[in-house]
Design a protein around this ligand. Structure first.
Ligand SMILES: NC(=O)c1ccc[n+]([C@@H]2O[C@H](COP(=O)([O-])OP(=O)(O)OC[C@H]3O[C@@H](n4cnc5c(N)ncnc54)[C@H](O)[C@@H]3O)[C@@H](O)[C@H]2O)c1
Length: 441
């Protein structure tokens, strides 16, 4: 059993703290947000994440998990200190490191025994060296090591991802410290990649940028499919069966959102440009992502013959299913553009409505998809929640003013929906032949 301190209890921090406690360690989580602390101490999870609250309660009750705002409680006897604070996008596109800086200084000031500081936040290449200096200035003669351990968990399956990671990346110049952190992760039986600090930091950015690139790639293919009459979903299936390509992250739709991909691609682009590179692929990945949202609204505008005065029903608000995270969700842009064009928006999301209310105040929030459908000129599917997969389409049709479904996540089979009397458009599929661009050879 080790003493572990986790600094910052966002998506990454809570999952890290709770799961390491569940492995039998003694964990103290430090959080500066009092409201979050109150929720956590009451055994509640401030975020929606399957399985998390149950684990949180179990480990609180077992006395292995504590929450505090006091660095003097968690740090002095910690064997390992995880930094899991946010690194949001700054004004210039670079990662904003103010939370990392203040966490590092507070950790340094409270250090009393040799410990290993593990950075899990996604940070620009070189940050590990900077954090080392910040801590050194505060920690005086207390020895410590800094390790980069980028986090790859996915919101919506974060607990499962913690216990079954594809790999654990540890970056440090101190190989002994890296081996000690590797031993801490032994119960997870995952492949461990030990490398240097900067390489570990880059592995995280390169991984996220690659996944984002796959999404933008298939969205570009989807645009071409729409013009020429191919079905992008089938195209992706055909591509994905090739073992060199694989099936994941080839879902055409509204582009990537969330707290990671947009900011990380932007931060990598910023780092590259600043260091004299010409990151043209990263620029294209971001441009295509913006276009995916824009062209979806354009589709609605065309089919409805203008948006002014139209009632639009939105199903799904979170940036992906199984989370209430609204950060950079496509729904934010899409709803705002619809409203700016004069549309009235009603919406339903299984878990994200309370978060969305503050961000999209002029939306009518409904208790069911059918309430959303009532009187709507079109239904827009913005998040692929399971519960949208088997709706009662006859009921929807009766309730809607016009039977139009714009499926931003390609949830439905175009022919089936059309057979029920709907006008249907997916992304990269379902365009009627008469609307295709002539492509005679
Ligand atoms: N969310 C994800 O799915 C995910 C996945 C992989 C990596 N990451 C990376 O992990 C990091 C954290 O992401 P997140 O989504 O958990 O962030 P978050 O913004 O949800 O949470 C960060 C928490 O840190 C707290 N905090 C800030 N400064 C602090 C300080 N000095 N001391 C104590 N607490 C402090 C904040 O109050 C907040 O609760 C980011 O760098 C992110 O890019 C996130």
């Amino acid at each position: 059993m080790k003493n572990i301190c986790v600094v910052g209890t966002g998506y990454v921090g809570i999952v890290t703290g709770v799961c390491f406690a569940d492995l039998g360690n003694n964990v103290v989580c430090i959080e500066i947000d009092q409201h979050k602390l109150d929720i956590l101490r009451a055994g509640k999870s401030p975020i929606y994440e399957p399985g998390l609250e149950e684990l949180l309660q179990r480990n609180l009750n077992a006395g292995r998990l504590r929450f505090t705002d006091n660095y003097q409680i968690g740090i002095p006897d910690a064997d390992f200190v995880f930094i899991t604070v946010g690194t949001p996008m700054g004004d210039d596109g670079a990662a904003d490191l103010q939370y990392v800086e203040s966490a590092a200084k507070s950790i340094g000031a409270a250090l009393q025994q040799p410990s290993i500081i593990i950075d899990k936040s996604t940070v620009p290449i070189g940050t590990g060296d900077w954090v080392t200096n910040l801590i050194k200035q505060e920690a005086r003669d207390v020895p410590f090591a800094v390790i980069s351990n980028p986090e790859f968990l996915r919101e919506g399956s974060a607990v499962n991802d913690f216990f079954h990671p594809d790999r654990i990346v540890l970056g440090s110049l101190d190989r002994e410290a890296a081996a000690t952190v590797a031993a801490l992760h032994e119960p997870l039986s995952a492949p461990i990649i030990i490398t240097d600090l900067r390489t570990a930091e880059m592995i995280k950015y390169a991984s996220n940028a690659f996944l984002a690139t796959r999404i933008s790639f298939i969205n570009e293919i989807a645009q071409i499919c729409e013009k020429l009459g191919a079905d992008v979903k089938e195209v992706a299936r055909g591509m994905g069966a090739d073992r060199r390509i694989g099936p994941h992250f080839l879902d055409a739709g509204l582009g990537f959102g969330g707290s990671c991909f947009p900011k990380d691609v932007m931060a990598l682009h910023h780092m590259a440009a600043k260091s004299g590179c010409h990151p043209q692929l990263l620029q294209a990945v971001m441009d295509i992502n913006t276009d995916a949202r824009r062209s979806f609204v354009h589709k609605a505008e065309t089919i409805l013959d203008g948006l002014d005065g139209k009632q639009i029903g939105v199903l799904g608000l979170s940036f992906k299913p199984n989370t209430d995270d609204m950060r950079e969700a496509p729904s934010l842009d899409i709803v705002q553009v619809l409203q700016a064009a004069g549309a009235h928006v009603k919406a339903y999301d299984p878990v994200a409505m309370s978060v969305a209310e503050a961000l999209l105040p002029d939306v009518v929030y409904c208790a069911t998809p059918y309430d959303v459908a009532k009187g709507s000129h079109a239904l827009l599917i913005l998040t692929e929640w399971n519960e949208f997969k088997q709706l009662d389409f006859d009921k929807l049709k009766r309730l809607m003013r016009q039977p139009v479904i714009l499926d931003g996540r390609n949830l439905y089979d175009p022919e089936t929906i059309e057979a029920r009397g709907f006008t249907y458009r997916g992304v990269g599929r379902g365009v009627p032949r008469e609307e295709l661009v002539s492509s005679e050879i």
